[in-house]
Design a protein around this ligand. Structure first.
Ligand code: DX5
Ligand code: ZN
Length: 223
C-alpha cells in the first residue's frame, strides 16, 4: 500500500492534490502542533474539509501532545486510521480504545530512537504501527535504515499469527529506499516528496507500489 503525504503538496489546493494521486491506497495527513514537533501544519477543520473533497481513505498522523484529548475527534470526523505517538502519552491503550470507539482504526507511531520492545505487549490494542524512519516534523529528510530492525521484529509476530497489525513506515521513502523497507516487512509506505515532487504523482504512486510488491516477501493484510 502507498500513502502519499500531503505535507509535500500545495496546501492552497488540497482537493486537487488529492485528485492528483487518484489510485493511492490512503492519503497521509500530517498533523503537527508546534509542541510535540517544532513544526505546525493543519488540524481538524482542514481534515473535515478534505474528507468532503476525496474518496481516498485518510491516514491521519498526529504529531501532537495530549492525543487523549485531540485524537478521537479525527476518528469521529471520519478518518480511516488515526495514529498518535507513543512518546506523547502515558496511556496509549486508552487512546486507542477511544479512537476505535469513535469508528476509526488506531495506530501507534514511534520515533527513530524509540525502542519497540516496551510496546510489543500493547500492539494488540492497535490496527497499525507507524515506524518513523526520519525524525518527525519535516518532509524531505533522509531515510534511517536502522529503524528497519523494529519492523522486522513486528513482522515476525504478524507472520507467526501472534499479532494482527499493519506495519507502516514514514520518512525518506523513495525509489532508492522502498525495496529495503519492503524486504523488512513493511505493508504500507508513506511517501511525501517522492510522490508530490514527481512530474506525475499518480504515476509515482504506481511505480512505488510495483517496486515494493516485487521486493516484498509477505502478503499485506487488508485493514
Ligand atoms: C514527517 C512526516 C512525513 C513526511 C514524509 O514528520 O510524518 O509523513 O511527509 O515526507 P518524505 O516522504 O518527504 O520524507
Ligand atoms: Zn507522517
Amino acid at each position: 500500500m502507498i500513502a502519499p503525504s500531503i505535507l509535500s503538496a500545495d496546501f492552497a489546493r488540497l482537493a486537487e492534490e488529492a485528485d492528483a494521486v487518484a489510485g493511492a491506497d490512503w492519503l497521509h495527513v500530517d498533523v503537527m502542533d508546534a509542541h510535540f514537533v517544532p513544526n505546525l501544519t493543519l488540524g481538524l477543520p482542514v481534515v473535515q474539509s478534505l474528507l468532503q473533497a476525496t474518496d481516498i481513505p485518510l491516514d491521519c498522523h498526529l504529531m501532537i501532545d495530549d492525543p487523549g484529548r485531540w485524537a478521537p475527534p479525527y476518528a469521529e470526523a471520519g478518518a480511516h486510521n488515526v495514529t498518535f505517538h507513543a512518546e506523547a502519552t502515558d496511556d496509549p491503550i486508552a487512546v486507542a480504545r477511544d479512537i476505535r470507539a469513535a469508528g476509526a482504526k488506531a495506530g501507534l507511531s514511534i520515533k527513530p530512537n524509540t525502542p519497540i520492545e516496551p510496546y510489543l505487549e500493547i500492539l494488540k490494542s492497535f490496527d497499525t504501527l507507524l515506524v518513523m524512519s526520519v525524525e518527525p516534523g519535516f518532509g524531505g529528510q533522509s531515510f534511517i535504515p536502522a529503524v528497519l530492525d523494529k519492523a522486522r521484529a513486528v513482522r515476525k509476530l504478524v507472520d507467526s499469527g501472534d499479532l494482527r497489525l499493519l506495519v507502516e513506515i514514514d520518512g525518506g521513502i523513495n525509489v532508492d529506499t522502498i525495496e529495503q523497507a519492503a524486504e523488512a516487512g513493511i505493508d504500507c509506505f508513506v511517501a511525501g516528496s517522492a510522490v508530490y515532487g514527481a512530474a506525475d504523482p499518480a504515476a509515482a504512486v504506481r511505480g512505488l507500489r510495483e517496486q515494493a510488491a516485487k521486493a516484498s516477501p509477505h502478503l499485506t493484510l487488508a485493514i
